[in-house]
Design a protein around this ligand. Structure first.
Ligand SMILES: [Zn+2]
Ligand SMILES: [Zn+2]
Length: 166
């Protein structure tokens, strides 16, 4: 979706509200099984004394897969988006500006980029997910498995070394 911002650019003080659904086809994350609700972007583009800003909220309900225990869990995401739009590149060092081409904004592209940037590197069903036992594969959130009683031979060696020190 391409939005022509010419009218807004020549009218300081004006704002342009928008609400759109972002195509999730190319948002392919192994940890996101599917989108339970469409990814929706709601907000506005404002011209405050010649400064163009976009502020919005991106939201969706996701069905995710936990990185540690592989359990499915639902997660609501609500991502605030604040961007300054520029019609020309004033400061190449400043990455906070989004450069418009021909006064046009590719809204969906901008919003899906924001979604990609916001995805945590880890998807956990809960912050303290204990994961799976590396030996028997038991889900340790549901209780400890019998492997726990055996000592890791590498740890035993370490303990031995520490004992020798004393
Ligand atoms: Zn988990
Ligand atoms: Zn085990």
């Amino acid at each position: 979706m391409s939005i022509d911002l010419h009218e807004l650019i020549i009218n300081p003080g004006k704002s342009l509200p928008f609400s759109c659904e972002v195509d999730t086809e190319r948002l392919d994350f192994p940890a996101i099984k599917r989108f339970l609700t469409p990814l929706t972007g709601k907000g506005e583009i404002r011209n405050s004394a010649g400064l163009l800003t976009l502020s919005a909220h991106l939201s969706a309900d996701l069905l995710c897969i936990c990185d540690r225990c592989a359990a499915e869990f639902e997660k609501h995401c609500d991502i605030p988006v604040e961007l300054t739009l520029a019609t020309e590149l004033e400061d190449e060092e400043n990455p906070d500006f989004y450069l418009l081409i021909d006064e046009k904004l590719e809204l969906e592209e901008v919003l899906s980029d924001c979604f990609i940037l916001e995805q945590d590197s880890s998807f956990l069903c809960r912050e303290d997910c204990k994961g799976l036992c590396f030996r028997c594969g038991a889900n340790l959130n549901e209780g400890s498995c019998s492997c726990k009683k055996e000592k890791d031979p590498r740890l035993a060696v370490l303990e031995q070394l520490l004992d020798d020190k004393d």
